[in-house]
Design a protein around this ligand. Structure first.
Ligand code: AR6
Length: 259
């Protein structure tokens, strides 16, 4: 009778998980449908709209379709991801750890990460430094230092772009196949998510054009950020005339990971 009760409890828990999963999946499918409807409504636009330049990155003349198949957006904890070659950290200039994703990465990597960071002696804003990943399920960590948001007129866009570019370049030079990235500067540093996302997407695409065997997993800690990323990716590839032929990966909601 005890075994039966335990089995019943297992089945009930599994049913609850399945219901939660179905609800989250329906949520994402509704968002995808809305975005597709927006794209269809905008289909009369045939040439790229002009976008405000947020960084000094050159607009690519054309974005090959495969670039978009090398980007996925997931919701979750970056330290709990399946193996990646490089995890990008949102660090500060001291490189000596902190809260947010930095704290999570140091906790998961173990104390050797702090020792390795100490040797580096800091890193200026807009740049990055590489260390081993120690106990993380990854090979290397690129510690990127994004800017603190101070209203947007203190060079924040260029500094954020350079932080991404530096980390992606580090990853490329280390022959990374897959790179996991958090939304740098959008937590403790207060960078507005919509503005930061435009820069992140642009820099990631520029890097994927350069490093042709690299893939990127954009790891969002919350669903709201993931929606902004999805939206920016859709609008970016719509602008470059690639809509219709490719469906982006939906975030892996089964992994959970809301704040
Ligand atoms: N996995 C993925 N994303 C996460 C995680 C996680 N485990 N934890 C937080 N985020 P933040 P910043 C998201 O504050 O704004 C640190 O103290 C978070 O929701 O980690 O660049 C450093 O030492 C947000 O979307 O980094 C610096 O002093 C994003 O990661 C300072 O914070 C970045 O939030 C850097 O601030």
């Amino acid at each position: 009778a005890y075994a039966d009760a335990a089995a019943d409890a297992d089945y009930a828990a599994a049913d609850a998980d399945a219901a939660a999963y179905a609800a989250r999946k329906a949520f994402w499918l509704a968002i995808r449908d809305r975005l597709l409807a927006e794209l269809a409504a905008a289909a009369s636009i045939t040439k790229p709209r002009s976008r405000p330049m947020t960084t000094d990155t050159q607009e690519p003349a054309a974005v090959p379709r495969d670039v978009f198949s090398r980007i996925s957006v997931v919701v979750g904890d970056i330290t709990a991801q399946p193996y990646v070659d490089v995890i990008v950290n949102a660090a500060n200039e001291s490189l000596l750890g902190g809260g947010g994703v930095d704290g999570a990465i140091h906790r998961a990597a173990g104390p050797k990460l702090l020792e390795a960071c100490r040797v580096l002696g800091g890193c200026p804003t807009g740049s990055s430094r590489m260390t081993p990943a120690f106990c993380l399920n990854a090979n290397l960590v690129a510690h990127a230092v994004g800017p603190m948001w101070q209203g947007g007129d203190k060079g924040e866009p260029a500094l954020l772009a350079h932080a991404y570019r530096s980390a992606m370049r580090m990853a490329g030079l280390h022959a990374a196949g897959i790179v996991a990235l958090p939304a740098i500067s959008t937590g403790v540093y207060g960078y507005p998510v919509d503005l930061a996302t435009k820069i992140a997407v642009r820099e990631v695409i520029a890097a994927l054009l350069e490093w042709t065997s690299m893939s990127v997993r954009l790891v969002c800690f919350d669903e709201k950020t993931a929606i902004v990323y999805q939206h920016e990716l859709f609008s970016f590839f719509h602008e470059w005339g690639l809509a219709g032929g490719h469906v982006l990966d939906l975030p892996d909601c089964s992994a959970g990971g809301s704040k």
